[in-house]
Design a protein around this ligand. Structure first.
Ligand code: ADP
Length: 810
């Protein structure tokens, strides 16, 4: 009612009243009218402006914090302190009207409700998110299934709650504040896992933002498959997969490699099989051919010895040798391949040695009407080398060159030096063996070092061979860390082949103490020979056997000398000189070459045997010509042994030893034959006598002759050695050496032995007085006779007589 005009106003919901049913009305101290309705409390605010009085409704509802929207009739009162009280269906609201309406009030804002998947949370509900009331809760944790999150918030400004504004921000999702007006909820769907902070700010009804911001920390847990342990599991799983993959691929690779290996192995075995078959074919052929010849020839000799003996024996020996060579080479090769062969190094002059090997082939080449040339830039080269292996290498190359070069062809062996890079202690030696022979087809060059390879594999090929020589040569060169190459034809030539062997050798200083000492220490000794004859001696031990070497080539002499360090050596340059020296010095053994100027080996042999001075001396023939004819010729002229050049050092020394041993054994035999020894026939003597040659029988005669001469002069007390020498036409030293060789006695001792022999015979007859016995044996002083008899026999002549009485005299 307007007091001035007395007019009544009728105010309804149209004017802003919340509800037309008003239960109670109160006026506050500021003149505003407050009333409770079915729809909350209203306040009719009175303001005065220039235009007059203004009335404005501000309504409050449950959302502004009232107990409920519905109030009850009569339940209102103005309290003494000016606060107003309104009662309703849900209790009572008491407030200070001035405070509620005050402007600029900065209300606090609170999160009032949290809904997860559209269900409000309560403390300790089944979700377990809230442990305490929302007001006290600072943070919540959601799992990946709780993905619809609604937050409700409210400001504490109840002046005009409908006009309160809000803004919020979920840090981590919203970049800026989200203005929500008077909407009091914020909903988020499908928040990704992470940590967020929800902030909400409210303004009062006048739009002034409160500086009080409500915050709630929200943690959204990832689904289990995105948790750290799930990632750890993934990592482990991936690691496991990679490992399994790697293992798998590795295994596969291994399997593949194994398969490959097996395939290769199978291929290799197959190849090996083929090679084996080829080898068997080759080998059986190589064995069968000589065996067929040997057996066939043997049969021929049995059938017609007269016709076939010479040629047949020659073939048998040659083929037998080939077989032996093949077997030896195969053994060497397998030894080399299994690494069982080692180098036997000696220090020495290798050029000299090579010269010797070349020289050994010289006469063979000549006999085949081929020229062999040794060319060397260097005179001497002191290195450590294995002579046997070098001999094998060079011999193989030279014999191939000879084999594949026709008559009138040339074979060159040349030696040059080279420096081994990076090895100051070594010196390289290139040995080239070049020939003007048939050459090797280019397509076959790569194969010729293969085992059992022969360029002419036809059964009708001219040259004999096994195809093993070059394989062995190559292995030997490899053992010496060298290289072997072949060129055919040699550069600058249009026929023939050239083999080049490069060997790195260890240098040694020529201290004069090399292993092949004798080569270096040979000294000239003119005391035992007349001036025009050269005698060299190895050392000066006069008890060492004396050997005469008859050889025209100085290198062979030097090498042979090096092989005989334990003997005294004398050297003759040819047969003529050799014979003279032999007669002069009566050596214990003679080694002679066959092909020599003036007088050859056979002739020399004949001369030696027919001369009484030298007829007893064992003779070894060294020759490149070892065919049966030559052997037979040599043997028939009186050689005791044959050695093929280049000879093997061991073989030579064994031969010498055996022959000297045989001589020793024969001494007893000669003595016995001469009636001077009654030794039992030892097996050695029996063996020796069974091996006696024609000439040995002649020696018998010589010893017998000497004995007879002595016996003839037995009673002559002054019969001297000089007389004996004259009777046998020998000098003292000749007779001495010859008798010594045959009987082991000096002439003096020999005479004495014969005298005593006679004495013993006479002593057996007791009718002979000791003095007369002494006289009969050439001793005119019985006392002297008795003394030396005792010296020799340990008993006096008288005692001897007592012990050896003739049985019929008893
Ligand atoms: P073989 O015992 O058959 O001589 P090698 O291994 O010594 O065996 O030689 C293999 C092959 O190489 C010979 O059969 C021959 O065909 C060839 N050969 C070797 N040396 C010569 C050469 N100097 N001239 C021509 N061919 C050669």
């Amino acid at each position: 009612m307007d007091k001035t005009s007395g007019d009544f106003f009728h105010l309804t919901t149209k004017d802003g009243l919340p509800n037309d049913v008003v239960y109670g009305i109160l006026a506050d101290s500021a003149g505003n009218i407050w009333g409770s309705t079915n729809r909350g409390i209203f306040c009719l605010i009175h303001s005065v402006s220039k235009t007059g009085d203004h009335w404005q409704f501000r309504n409050f509802t449950k959302t502004d914090g009232l107990q409920d929207d519905e109030f009850n009739t009569g339940a209102y009162a103005k309290l003494a302190n000016g606060n107003l009280a309104f009662g309703g269906v849900n209790g009572l609201n008491i407030f200070n009207p001035a405070e509620v309406l005050v402007a600029g009030y900065s209300p606090g804002v609170f999160i009032t409700d949290i809904l997860v998947n559209n269900e409000a949370l309560t403390p300790n509900d089944k979700t377990g998110i809230l442990q305490q009331s929302i007001e006290q809760t600072k943070s919540i944790t959601l799992n990946w299934l709780q993905d619809i999150l609604t937050l409700e918030f409210s400001s504490l400004d109840f002046t005009a709650p409908g006009q309160n504004k809000y803004r919020y921000q979920l840090a981590g999702v919203d970049k800026d504040w989200v203005e929500s007006g008077n909407r009091r909820t914020a909903t988020y769907l499908h928040l990704p896992p992470g940590n967020y902070v929800f902030k909400v700010q409210g303004s009062n009804s006048q739009g002034i933002w409160s500086d009080k911001i409500a915050e709630l920390h929200i943690t959204v847990l990832p689904p289990w498959w995105r948790s750290w342990w799930a990632y750890l599991c993934y990592a482990l799983l991936v690691g496991l997969c990679i490992w399994a993959y790697l293992r798998f691929t590795l295994n596969r690779a291994r399997l593949k490699a194994q398969l490959n290996f097996e395939q290769l192995e199978a291929k290799r075995v197959k190849e090996l099989d083929t090679i084996k078959t080829q080898l068997y074919t080759n080998i059986t052929h190589e064995f069968r051919t000589p065996l067929t010849i040997i057996l066939g020839m043997a049969q021929q000799i049995v059938n017609k010895p007269g016709e076939y003996f010479n040629s047949g024996m020659d073939m048998i020996i040659r083929n037998g040798k080939n077989l032996l060579k093949l077997v030896n080479e195969m053994l060497d090769l397998s030894k080399l391949e299994t690494g069982k062969m080692s180098l036997q190094l000696i220090n020495g002059d290798m050029i000299n040695f090579l010269r010797y090997i070349a020289e050994s082939f010289h006469s063979l080449a000549e006999s085949q009407h081929k020229q062999l040339h040794f060319l060397s830039d260097i005179d001497t080269l002191h290195v450590a080398y294995d002579p046997e292996k070098i001999r094998q290498i060079v011999s193989n190359l030279l014999s191939n060159a000879l084999k594949f070069t026709p008559e009138k062809g040339n074979i060159y062996i040349s030696v040059t030096e080279y420096t081994v890079t990076g090895r100051a202690d070594k010196i390289g030696l290139v040995i080239k063996v070049k020939d003007t022979g048939i050459g090797i087809p280019e397509s076959q060059l790569q194969h010729i070092f293969d085992r059992f390879y022969q360029s002419d594999n036809s059964h009708t090929r001219k040259a004999e061979g096994t195809g093993i020589g070059l394989a062995l040569t190559k292995e030997l060169v490899k053992l010496m860390e060298g290289e072997i190459t072949v060129k055919s034809p040699p550069s600058g030539s249009n026929k023939g082949s050239e083999f080049t062997v490069s060997l790195p050798l260890i240098k040694v200083v020529d201290t004069g103490e090399a292993d092949d000492v004798p080569l270096l220490k040979i000294s000239y000794d003119h005391t035992t020979a007349s001036e025009n004859k050269t005698v060299i001696t190895n050392g000066h031990n006069a008890t060492n056997p004396l050997i005469l070497l008859v050889e025209d080539n100085a290198d062979v002499v030097a090498y042979t000398a090096s092989c005989l360090p334990d003997y005294r050596l004398a050297v003759g340059k040819d047969g003529k000189e050799g014979f003279e020296i032999a007669k002069e010095i009566i050596p214990d053994l003679i080694i002679t070459d066959v092909m020599m100027p003036f007088v050859d080996g056979f002739e020399l042999c004949k001369l030696l045997r027919s001369d009484e001075h030298t007829s007893h001396i064992p003779i070894i023939m060294l020759t490149a010509k070892a065919d049966i004819e030559s052997r037979l010729q040599g043997l028939s002229t009186g050689a005791d042994a044959y050695l093929e050049k280049p000879f093997n050092k061991e073989e030579l020394s064994i031969r010498i030893n055996k022959l000297l041993e045989l001589r020793k054994n024969l001494q007893q035999y000669y003595l016995k034959k001469a009636g001077l020894a009654d030794v039992a026939q030892s097996p050695a003597i029996l063996a020796a006598t069974s091996e006696m040659t024609l000439s040995d029988k002649r020696e018998d005669e010589f010893v017998k002759k000497v004995r007879e001469i002595i016996e003839l002069h037995l009673t002559e007390t002054n019969f001297s050695v000089e007389q004996l020498c004259q009777s046998v036409f020998m000098s003292y030293s000749q007779l001495n050496r010859k008798l010594d060789a045959l009987t082991g006695c000096s002439p003096n001792k020999f005479i004495r032995m014969i005298r005593f022999n006679k004495a013993k015979e006479l002593l057996k007859d007791p009718s002979n007085g000791i003095a007369s016995v002494a006289m009969d044996c050439g001793y005119n002083d019985p006392g002297y006779f008795a003394r030396i008899f005792k010296q020799e026999h340990g008993v006096t002549p008288h005692e001897w007589r007592m012990n050896n009485k003739l049985p019929y005299l008893n």
